[in-house]
Design a protein around this ligand. Structure first.
Ligand code: NAD
Length: 514
């Protein structure tokens, strides 16, 4: 289907107009006189719609609404909060196809990946429903007679959620839905490259709150990072900043939040590597690496950016991988046979070109791709060839994350060498080993193996499930979101001591005879 036809169906279906309000504080901000940010489709460069930006005075309204809403929402029993999140999941499911296509139009994901993005938000809603009855605290044996010692988890209050363009709905859901079930209120500052998705998702969540007569807990403030983002980051009334984006911006967000003793969750860039050993099932490894490197046109934080291949299988692996690359259909992601769509915008295409040039200057040899592409009927689209570059040594540009389908290929001879190269980058998000050897696998997942937050065995670096905690180490920021016990990041732990006796016995055997 063409961009224009899809746009018409999606915008009508979701009630989006050419100009949409981008600020919600219990009501949608009036659009008159407001500056807008325009959204363009990376498939053909056409205009999709615009969203109004908030100014400082609008931001103030959002904060005040958040503080008021917290007083009501946080005291509603958690299982009831869970039911409401469940309703949001159901509404997302009803709109899954339209929202998925909007993601495709706005950031260029394939139809299947766009739908998967919304499914991830639905999965998180379901997870949050279960969690609403499992926000457990510990009871601890007290050393004092007639004393009870226990932990409880309180919501933090107002949480700022700043998101990247590449998961324009799912990352909001990871944060906002888990934070909500814990009892918090969130203020979302979405990426300026995915504002229509943010408006559509926020409307759905807020409609559920409104029809239940509940206060607005899913607030939205669109605007640039430097203005609105900066206000959120430096606001003492915002207890936690959950930031997903590049290491460069995340470093400064982390520093500013820490300077005011705010909490932060940092989900930053990755430089993910797959190790293919001599004991690998080669066809499986080729598939896993191809998916990891090319899915979402290499614009996942978990995209495979480096592959280390044992020298004994190196020629065979290259032959098989380049064959897969040569068969990949690149084009409009609205066409279901396409598996590599466009990059998000022209800036990303420039970054791709610059990186390819630098890699060549630094001794890299292009084994596949390396060029931009013009697609008939979508001449203004942001298309590039998935690219494989063989590099003699891990240095320079290879140490950086370029958000494009560029895969660096290197050779190794021993597991020690592989682990050393694998860990020899500043980032630590996702990793993979392809092997059938138990000892190689166990070494890779041991404390002396991969230094990443996520390790995969015989599957891709990309494609995490929501049930596990998601995040990475080193310059990836150390945050954890989504499943497992990540909910604790959105809560403050309180240790409670209750004396139900008639005396004041002291701990550590201390006496205080008054
Ligand atoms: P980006 O850093 O350019 O922008 C992220 C967000 O930060 C946007 O909403 C932007 O408006 C905002 N921002 C910019 N300047 C700001 C400032 N001074 N103060 C506050 N906010 C500011 O990232 P992007 O290009 O949208 O996304 C791609 C990056 O995100 C990649 O590096 C990718 O690896 C990373 N990412 C990481 C994860 C993870 O979980 N580790 C997940 C998705 C994406």
């Amino acid at each position: 289907m063409t961009v224009e036809k899809t746009k018409q169906i999606v915008m009508d279906g979701l009630g989006l107009k050419e100009r949409n309000s981008g600020v919600y504080y219990g009501q949608w901000m009036g659009s008159e006189g407001k500056k807008t940010i325009e959204s363009f489709c990376p498939i053909n460069g056409s205009f999709l719609g615009s969203v109004t930006q908030g100014e400082e005075s609008d931001y103030e309204k959002v904060i005040i609404a958040a503080q008021k809403a917290f007083k009501v929402w946080s005291v509603i029993p958690a299982p009831r909060r869970g039911e409401i999140i469940g309703e949001i999941g159901a509404e997302l499911l009803k709109n899954k196809e339209l929202l998925g296509k909007l993601v495709s139009l706005e950031v260029g994901k394939t139809i299947s990946e766009g739908a998967g993005e919304i499914q991830e938000a639905i999965d998180i809603a379901n997870f949050a429903v279960g969690l609403s009855r499992q926000l457990y605290g510990l009871t601890i044996a007290s050393e004092r007679p007639d004393h009870r010692l226990m932990e409880q988890w309180h919501p933090l209050g107002t949480i700022g959620v700043i998101t990247s363009f590449n998961f324009p709905a799912a990352v909001w859901a990871w944060n906002a839905l888990i934070a909500a079930v814990v009892g918090n209120v969130t203020i979302w500052k979405p990426s300026s490259s995915a504002l229509l998705t943010a408006v559509a998702v926020s409307r759905i969540a807020n409609r559920v709150m409104e029809r239940n007569g509940l206060p607005p807990i899913f607030l939205l403030v669109c605007g640039s990072g430097r203005t609105v983002g900066n206000l959120l980051v430096n606001d003492k009334r915002v207890s936690l900043i959950s930031f997903t984006g590049s290491t460069k911006v995340g470093r400064s967000v982390g520093e500013q939040t820490a300077a005011r003793f705010g909490k932060s969750i940092l989900e930053l860039g990755g430089n993910n590597c797959a190790v293919v050993t001599s004991k690998a099932q080669i066809d499986l490894a080729v598939k896993g690496v191809a998916f990891g490197a090319m899915a979402t046109a290499g614009q996942r934080c978990t995209s495979t950016r480096r592959v280390l291949v044992h020298s004994s299988i190196y020629p065979e692996f290259i032959a098989k991988l380049t064959e897969v690359y040569s068969k990949v259909n690149i084009g409009s992601p609205l066409d279901s046979s396409v598996i590599v769509g466009p990059l998000v915008n022209n800036g990303a295409v420039e970054d791709f070109k610059k990186t390819v040039t630098e890699a060549k200057e630094q001794g890299g040899r292009i084994l596949f791709g390396g060029k931009t592409i013009t697609i008939p009927q979508n001449e203004n689209g942001c298309f590039v060839q998935p690219t494989i570059i063989e590099v003699p040594k891990q240095k320079g540009i290879v140490l950086e994350e370029t958000f494009a389908p560029i895969l660096y290929l290197m050779k190794f001879d021993s597991m020690d060498e592989a682990i050393s190269i694998h860990n020899g980058v500043p980032q630590g998000l996702s990793s993979a080993i392809f092997s059938t050897d138990m000892r190689e696998i166990e070494l890779f997942i041991s404390s002396l193996g991969s230094d990443c937050g996520i390790v995969n065995v015989n599957t891709s670096t990309a494609g995490a499930e929501i049930g596990g905690a998601f995040g990475g180490e080193k310059e990836t920021g150390g945050g954890r979101e989504s499943g497992s016990d990540s909910w604790k990041y959105y809560a403050r732990r309180q240790t409670v001591t209750i004396n139900y006796g008639y005396d004041i016995p002291l701990s550590q055997g201390i006496v205080f005879p008054v």
